[in-house]
Design a protein around this ligand. Structure first.
Ligand SMILES: NC(=O)c1ccc[n+]([C@@H]2O[C@H](COP(=O)([O-])OP(=O)(O)OC[C@H]3O[C@@H](n4cnc5c(N)ncnc54)[C@H](OP(=O)(O)O)[C@@H]3O)[C@@H](O)[C@H]2O)c1
Length: 214
């Protein structure tokens, strides 16, 4: 399937692109700068030895993707999403976004909408937003020589959209776990701040989360 990754020039988006390309999906890296997207796509084709990775503006990527992934900083949602809103209509949109503020007094403050995923849903009213992949560290995504030892926690209001995202998770070896409606996204996003704190405390780059008892 065609997966567009807005902000795919960054660590998280590029890591997702690597795993999905290896799983056989076609990737469109999106960027505010088309040339930067093309350069990142060429780099990822070289690393993965997979051809179907291309680079485009965020707008073109959103048009071309059957599914659209948001891999942007939270501060970029309000400026990026209005212009891609039509292109995302009726599509599954995966939000990986977490409003982390490194170096400030608080690592994580929930956005006024409750979560970045709900903010994205408000800016993309025609899309089916699913919050997922927040707990899969970019470092871990990039280490494609071994499977990822984490569960994929996801939430959203559209069951078919969640099933699609669960399948994308399985395609990169993750066990998907449905964590309910999109109103739970703030809880998932907050866990990323916990993992970032664990990484700092224990000098790791890739702490993750696995649910027991299932
Ligand atoms: N890194 C991780 O391990 C990790 C783990 C879980 C979740 N996340 C979340 O995933 C998202 C992406 O993380 P990342 O580490 O890849 O972030 P990043 O490298 O800071 O940003 C990703 C891309 O977003 C674009 N961008 C930057 N500022 C922007 C703005 N103001 N408006 C629009 N686009 C902007 C840039 O691409 P262009 O300049 O090419 O447009 C950049 O390459 C974040 O919300 C983060 O919290 C990250």
């Amino acid at each position: 399937m065609n997966i567009a990754i807005l902000g795919g020039t960054g660590k998280e988006g590029a890591g997702l692109a690597r795993r999905w390309a290896l799983a056989g999906h076609s990737i469109i890296i999106g960027s505010r700068d088309r040339e930067r997207a093309k350069a990142k796509a060429a780099e990822l084709r070289e690393i993965t030895r997979k051809m179907p990775i291309m680079g485009e503006s965020n707008m073109e990527a959103a048009k071309l993707g059957a599914v659209v992934v948001l891999a942007l900083p939270a501060s970029g949602l309000a400026t990026t999403l209005p212009e891609v809103s039509d292109a995302c209509r009726d599509k599954v949109v995966i939000s990986t976004v977490v409003a982390l503020a490194f170096g400030g007094p608080r690592l994580y403050t929930p956005p006024p909408a409750g979560s970045s995923a709900e903010e994205a849903q408000g800016l993309l009213p025609g899309a089916k937003v699913v919050a997922a992949f927040h707990h899969i560290a970019a470092h871990e995504l990039a280490e494609t020589d071994h499977p990822i030892e984490c569960d994929l926690l996801l939430c959203g209001d559209d069951q078919a959209a969640k099933d699609t995202v669960a399948e994308f998770g399985r395609s990169m070896g993750l066990r998907p776990i449905d964590v309910g409606p999109l109103s739970n996204a703030g809880l998932l996003e907050g866990i990323t701040a916990v993992l970032a704190t664990i990484n700092r405390r224990y000098k790791l780059k890739n702490s993750g989360i696995k649910i027991t008892g299932l």
